[in-house]
Design a protein. Structure first.
Length: 532
């Protein structure tokens, strides 16, 4: 039995997936909320938000992601970063999952990634949980109702949290698995209810497919000036570095908060919604994101709430520090209706420095931008991945290694070409620690970061005086309106200058050791930037 709007030739039965219970196609938000509540998947919260716990898995499981090793991708996949799976193991996994799914109800959403019509990817998401259908309907882009009559998905995602994988039988690392098969154009997800795996699977696909079209996929947020889509800016960064917070600037138009492409046409959002962290969220600091937590249909993931009043506790991280809310982009009043912007005039690379060494902002040459892009230095924030309980310094190339199926040099070269072709001013912004390392110092004041970014984007910061950083060689502003001068010189924020020097030397050495892997693949000017 099937319910909902779907192209008749695209029913699961006609695609070889048979024996299921009721299949619900393309239900809209109220119907998905009703189904999720009726099935006991979560609870209706204040304002109609849907409150859910994802159980054991409250973050992504990057070590459980596998790529099926076939001849068509053998020479293209970055195998050191992507665990292989044999075609035979994938076939067994798929058959066992489909057998497990027999007689159970499923929810199908036909959606697409990519606001640029020339580069969009049509995806069918088949989920065991109704709220996963609601989540992915927010996070991907929704075709017009009339489009569903002719919608033909290029890829399918089958997500079955109740299925437990067998490493010996299915060729995976553990009893949780995310398996991508580029020949079959299918992704299988099992034994995790964390909804972020759905959206990051699509991002991984686009990270593989778009470079062959000359399009740069980016783990970044993006915005543009009010009334001027051509004045665009992109914000690279891993989870927890401030992509969502800093791009949601009330004085600019939000293109998107996490995943974008840079094509011959300019910047475009892959997604149709936002997936914001809610720990310590305050209405005073981020009123629009806060308001979404009391909005009908918003998915509230892994937040503690009062069982009687349903009031959310934004400070209680006993379930996870990775508590989140998922909502459609139109919930933000200054969001772009098209998801499109021009070629970026400013490129911001966000890092969360747990060493307390980096300045709050620095201007980069194109070569230095390549160095920091390939380095991808940051600190993993507690809860984002399983097992991370406190900020952990790490290098995640291209600010998104977990989602990179190709080698880093592919993305680095694309970014280098785009910067050279269109021109952009590049900045490194530290949202991490100042006045000492994690445990001693304090987080960079958000007001200072916003003031520095505003000055960078409107051009006033470039008109001031800069000094050369002795550790990394980039330029650091000496003064900026609304920002204490001492904050711009990290060494001065430390009580012990010699201790700062020791931390700085340690961090420089870590950069150099990490960057050695890219030296055979990069240009001479980038090598020079690496030397400083």
């Amino acid at each position: 039995m099937s319910i909902g709007h779907v192209n008749a030739s695209q029913r699961l039965e006609d695609q070889g997936i048979t024996g299921l219970g009721t299949v619900y196609y393309n239900l809209v938000e109220p119907a998905l909320v009703e189904a999720a509540v009726a099935r006991g998947e979560g609870k209706l919260g204040l304002g109609g938000a849907f409150l859910v716990s994802t159980g054991k898995f409250t973050g992504r499981s990057p070590k459980d992601k596998h790529v099926v090793r076939t001849a068509s991708v053998e020479d293209k996949i970055w195998w050191e970063n992507n665990a292989p799976m044999t075609p035979e193991a994938f076939a067994t996994l798929r058959a066992d999952m489909l057998a497990h799914m027999q007689g159970r109800d499923y929810f199908v959403q036909d959606l697409y990634g990519g606001a640029d019509a020339e580069h969009r990817l049509d995806v069918r998401v088949i989920t065991e949980l109704a709220w996963h259908g609601l989540f992915i309907r927010h996070l991907l882009r929704r075709p017009a109702r009339a489009e569903l009559d002719s919608f033909v998905p290029e890829w399918k995602i089958i997500n079955c949290p109740s299925f437990v994988a067998d490493p010996a039988r299915h060729g995976c690392r553990s009893d949780t698995v995310i398996a991508l098969n580029f020949d079959a154009k299918e992704i299988l997800i099992a034994n995790t209810a964390y909804a972020g795996e759905n959206k990051k699977s699509v991002f991984t696909l686009l990270n593989y497919l778009l470079p062959e079209k000359g399009v740069m996929p980016m783990h970044c947020s993006a915005n543009h000036a009010v009334g001027d889509p051509e004045d665009a800016a992109v914000f690279f960064g891993l989870s927890g570095t401030g992509k969502t917070t800093l791009s949601a600037d009330p004085d600019r138009i939000l293109i998107g908060d996490d995943e974008h492409g840079w094509s011959e046409n300019g910047t475009f959002n892959f997604e149709g919604g936002c997936y914001a962290k809610t720990i310590n969220l305050r209405a005073e600091a981020e009123p629009e994101i806060y308001a979404t937590t009391h909005r009908f249909g918003t998915v509230i993931e892994n937040m503690v709430y009062d069982p009687e009043t349903l009031e959310l506790d934004f400070d209680d991280d006993s379930l996870t520090a990775n508590m989140r809310c998922a909502y459609p982009l139109e919930a933000i009043s200054n969001s772009s209706a098209t998801g499109l912007g021009g070629h970026p005039k400013n490129i911001i690379m966000l890092t969360c420095d747990a060493f307390g060494v980096l300045p709050p902002i620095a201007r980069l040459t194109p070569a230095q931008a390549m160095y920091h892009f390939l380095s991808g230095f940051t600190s993993k924030v507690a809860g984002t991945e399983r097992g991370v309980t406190e900020p952990t310094p790490t290098f995640s190339t291209c600010f998104g290694a977990p989602f990179m199926p190709r080698r880093p040099e592919v993305y680095g070269k694309l970014l280098q070409e785009q910067i050279a072709r269109h021109g952009a001013t590049c900045w490194l912004v530290n949202t991490g620690w100042t006045g000492g390392a994690y445990g001693t110092g304090s987080r960079m004041p958000i007001r200072a970061t916003r003031a520095l970014l505003s000055a960078a984007l409107n051009g006033t910061l470039t008109k001031g005086e800069f000094r050369r950083d002795p550790n990394f060689g980039f330029e650091v502003p000496v003064a900026a309106q609304g920002v204490a001068d001492v904050l711009l010189d990290p060494r001065r924020t430390w009580a012990d200058g010699a201790a700062y020097d020791g931390q700085a030397a340690k961090l420089v050495s870590m950069f150099a050791d990490n960057f050695g892997q890219y030296v055979p693949f990069i240009d001479a000017d980038v090598k020079a930037a690496a030397i400083g």
